[in-house]
Design a protein around this ligand. Structure first.
Ligand code: PLP
Length: 411
């Protein structure tokens, strides 16, 4: 247990003790912060003084950015921004209540119908964030002590959802279906959980095999396609569409709205029974203020653009190919991925930090990703490409990456 997680013990302290106790706890926090600094794991926030995009102004400097999830370039799209303003005029700013009290608006209702249609499922349910959607679904579907199998590289929110639900979480080696088959045989597994496209690696889950194993074991399959929806598949319909799969094979689909769709929020899509059960019982749905309706209204506009404008995905595919060809010519330690997430493996955190600083000194922004977001020894530059990038941006990125010292990961 780290100092940051010291348990709260004993009876309420007197005033005198509470002062020293609080001060003592702050000393422990400071020591833990110092450790993070020493181990190159300390994180800081950058301040954007412009809209999100490929050329944001960051801490006073115009940068060429390769580290947002705005894969289609919709976060600051004028049509989406205008829809947000129109939504605010029509519905006001705050929703003012939880969905089940009086916060569920026409904008939410329409967007849910559009998302159900988009994903080809009977119903969709909006959540305020993907994190909350994952907590909600897993805790509703699984009883305490049930067996849940999850890819080792799944997003943190899926692991946290399983922990909150008190299930027996078994994490199988990344994409290793033979291991999952061995681990889950005869276990009476309740649920298999996977990212569709892995958030920090950019590779794609073996969904057909997962669906086959889920069926053989009697488990449900839940796919979090936060990084696939909008980006891959016909009209951006995501990883399931890319792999030719439907809702019988994957009954539970989670999507987020703050990535390719450029706005904010998330949804779960599935059967009538699933969605009604979530409405009744998902605590991260019931006990929280509804997403601002104007955001839902803006998301409807973003979704329509994302579906209609195939050129964004086609352009992205060309940029990905250009980047990978250039990186191969430079012998860069690029990970295996054909999606807009193109991680460059650094290994140690210090090296990822140094690479990021060097890029920044040349006007290119790629924040380093370090443990615990990725496994120990697998720190990286998580380079992400956007349809808003131009070919010359990719060439500039390759030019500065070509200047990195010690590009291997060995030492
Ligand atoms: C796979 C995945 N699921 C869920 C989330 C959380 O979504 P949100 O940012 O909407 O909470 C993220 C990233 O943030 C993610 O990468």
């Amino acid at each position: 247990m780290t100092a940051l997680h010291e348990p709260h013990t004993g009876a309420p302290p007197t005033d005198h003790h509470s002062a020293t106790g609080a001060a003592g706890r702050d000393v422990k926090l400071a020591a833990e912060l110092a450790r993070l600094r020493r181990e190159n794991l300390y994180r800081t926030r950058r301040v954007l003084e412009s809209p999100q995009g490929v050329r944001p102004v960051v801490d006073g400097h115009r940068m060429l950015s390769f580290c947002s999830n705005d894969y289609l370039g919709l976060a600051a799209h004028p049509v989406v921004a205008a829809a947000l303003c129109e939504g605010a005029e029509r519905y006001g700013v705050g929703s003012g209540a939880a969905h089940l009290i009086s916060g569920h608006s026409e904008a939410h209702r329409l967007l849910e119908m559009e998302l159900a249609d988009f994903t080809g499922r009977p119903r969709a349910l909006l959540f305020s964030t993907g994190y909350m959607a994952n907590l909600g679904v897993i805790s509703v579907l699984c009883a305490r002590g049930e067996h849940v199998y999850a890819d080792r590289l799944n997003h943190a929110s899926l692991n946290d959802g399983a922990r909150l639900a008190g299930v027996r979480l078994k994490r199988y080696p990344h994409r290793d279906m033979a291991a999952l088959e061995r681990m889950s045989a005869g276990s009476g597994a309740a649920l298999f959980i996977t990212d569709g496209i892995f958030s920090m690696d950019g590779d794609i889950a073996p969904l057909s095999q997962l669906a086959g194993l889920a069926q053989a074991t009697g488990a449900r399959l839940m796919v979090d396609d936060a990084h696939g929806l909008g980006v891959v598949g016909r009209g951006g319909r995501g990883t399931l569409d890319l792999l030719g799969m439907d809702d019988r094979e994957v009954p539970i689909l989670v999507g987020t709205l703050g990535k390719a769709f450029g706005t904010f929020g998330a949804f779960v899509a599935g059967s009538e029974a699933l969605i009604e059960t979530l409405i009744q019982r998902a605590r991260s749905y019931v006990y929280t203020t509804a997403l601002p309706p104007a955001v839902a209204h803006a998301t409807s506009a973003a979704l329509a653009l994302a579906v209609r404008e195939d050129w964004r995905r086609e352009h992205l595919a060309r940029l990905i190919a250009r980047f990978r060809d250039g990186a191969a010519a430079l012998d860069l330690p690029l990970m295996e991925s054909r999606t807009p997430i193109q991680p460059l493996l650094a290994g140690e955190s210090l090296r990822a930090l140094e690479w990021s600083r060097l890029l920044e000194s040349k006007g290119v922004l790629v924040t380093p990703i370090r443990p615990p977001t990725v496994p120990d020894g697998a720190a990286r530059l998580r380079i992400t490409l956007s349809a808003a990038h131009q070919e010359r941006d990719i060439d500039r990125l390759l030019e500065v990456l070509g200047q990195l010292p010690a590009r291997g990961t060995g030492g």
